[in-house]
Design a binder for this molecule. Structure first.
Ligand code: GLA
Length: 514
């Protein structure tokens, strides 16, 4: 009997060794001749020296920090490299294939987004401290890449502010607790129609440069409607101009959120029976593709209109499959199950279902649509381990959202297990299949590129422990099979018979079988 029970606040991820260990995806997509930035995610003691064999001449390497820069090659094709890292304690290397073509996000995008932890109460300083945390807290070393802005960096048109005051829109004012109106309200564009950040973001380019300085990538947010969900300036009618601006500032991902565009879509539907959502979203996607940067496109339409059917076809890399998970955190399990079942056919390298962020650790709490206070997510530790394990197994974009000013050691451990990340980032991009979903017990299996299999066993019973029997011979097709506990990074040895695994209430065990 293997005891995989997890105690409250128990940190399972062992601390990284001093010798180098290179993490991150083994394949990476880029379009030809675009600005390039990639930090080689590497754990181990610094100082460290990096070397890259087979580096295309258009790329540069910062050998002391392991940051690739420059431009992607002009020629399409697969560029095979070997990444090397060494320090006083040892050395590590691994293959890395840069695939220059039309596809981005060959593995699920990874990073942090400000929304769950900060809502509208956001500033340049908070975003910079997220980048600092990535480096100091080791998150960048296991492969988190994007530092993502959500709603709140742009301005609110004075007319909208006056409406809120005039109508004493109490709901809005409560919802926007934390929004600094004095620094947010103002003409949202300059005379040339260029979008302007609000007073809390004095230098949008400087912010992206700061993030790139660590080899990380920067995310920005807008809406196809006239206003964002927080009534700030949207991109309707300015798609090309805004896309150019986002790229000129240096952003690498756009979350494009329906918000007030719902009305535009409804109106277009009434007027034109042949209206297609793909046509509605396409202008921004096309404008983004025209820029000098590779921006990953995250389409947010809350799962309405089956975006998985048409979004990949117009060049979108990720699309939300449902509403805001932070308002219904209890749905994390069902969201993942849906991707593993009905939506699995739409998941694969270059195009991923997005069940929303990992809302773990300290969050801005919501009641209905109103932000009330900051507190822990409300999930217990076992549930948070389930949540992260599920995102890894179903190849969800590995974006977490938490208050960067209050990240506990528990949350850091939860997010920075390189073996869990490796399951999410596996280049096969195989979405876990559900082998069993009965009596509150769920078993999922994901094929990995090296021939191993990732097995997730989950207990959905909040009160009782369970014992799950793993029949490794049936799952691997091998008489003798090796098993490793991925969370604890512990080999359990070779088995010939079944292995019984004991799980806590709401528990999870994540294993590599081969
Ligand atoms: C919508 C989105 C959220 C977040 C907020 C910001 O609700 O679904 O993820 O971006 O808008 O206003």
């Amino acid at each position: 009997m293997y005891d995989a029970r997890i105690a409250e606040q128990e940190i399972l991820t062992p601390p990284p060794a001093a010798a180098p260990r290179i993490n991150g995806p083994k394949v990476y997509g880029a379009r030809p001749d675009k600005a390039f930035v990639y930090r080689i995610p590497t754990q181990g003691a610094r100082p460290m020296v990096f070397e890259v064999e087979g580096l295309p001449p258009s790329l540069t390497l910062d050998a002391g920090r392991g940051i690739l820069g420059g431009r992607s090659p002009r020629q399409r094709g697969a560029y095979r490299m070997t990444l090397h890292a060494r320090n006083g304690q040892g050395r590590a290397w691994r293959g890395f294939v840069l695939v220059v073509g039309d596809q981005l996000a060959l593995t699920p995008p990874t990073g942090w987004n400000h929304w769950g932890g900060h809502a509208s109460n956001i500033s340049d300083g908070i975003i910079r401290s997220a980048a600092d945390l990535f480096v100091q807290g080791g998150l960048a070393d296991v492969g988190y890449q994007f530092i993502g802005l959500d709603d709140g960096w742009m301005r609110m048109a004075p007319a909208e502010y006056e409406r809120i005051q005039r109508e004493k829109d109490e709901g809005y004012l409560r919802k926007h607790r934390g929004l600094d109106f004095a620094r947010t309200v103002g003409a949202p564009r300059d005379a040339g129609g260029n979008i302007l950040p609000n007073g809390l973001f004095p230098d949008m380019k400087g912010l992206a440069d700061y993030i790139h300085g660590f080899g990380l990538r920067a995310g920005i947010y807008s809406s196809p409607g006239p206003m964002t969900c927080q009534s700030l300036e949207g991109s309707a009618g300015h798609e090309e101009q805004d896309a150019r601006q986002f790229a000129a500032w240096g952003y690498d991902l756009l979350k494009y959120d329906e918000c007030s565009a719902g009305k535009l879509i409804a109106q277009a539907r009434r007027e034109r029976p042949d209206f297609e959502l793909a046509t509605f979203w396409r202008p921004m996607v096309a404008s983004i593709e025209q820029t000098d940067r590779d921006l990953v496109f995250n389409l947010c339409q809350y799962g309405a209109g089956d975006p998985w059917r048409w979004a990949p076809g117009i060049g979108v890399q990720t699309w939300r499959t449902g509403g805001d998970l932070n308002h219904h955190l209890e749905r994390y399990f069902d969201q993942a199950l849906r991707i593993a079942t009905t939506l699995r056919a739409f998941n694969g390298p270059g195009h991923w279902n997005d069940p929303d962020f990992l809302y773990v650790g300290r969050q801005v709490q919501t009641r209905g649509n109103h932000f009330v206070a900051a507190a822990d997510s409300g999930l217990d530790s076992n549930q948070e381990y389930q949540y992260v394990s599920l995102w890894a197994m179903v190849c969800a974009p590995m974006f977490f959202s938490t208050d960067v000013n209050h990240v506990s050691d528990f949350t850091l451990g939860l997010l920075s297990n390189p073996e869990v990340m490796a399951i999410n980032q596996d280049e096969l991009g195989h979405t876990a299949e559900v082998l069993e979903n009965e009596s509150k017990r769920v078993v999922m299996l994901k094929r990995l590129a090296d021939g191993f299999k990732a097995l997730g066993v989950f207990n959905r019973d909040a009160e009782a422990e369970v014992v799950v029997e793993i029949d490794g011979a049936a799952l691997t097709g091998k008489r003798r099979w090796a098993v490793r506990d991925v969370w604890r990074q512990r080999d359990l040895g070779l088995c010939e018979n079944g292995l019984a695994v004991r799980l806590s209430p709401n528990g999870v065990g994540l294993f590599r079988l081969g």
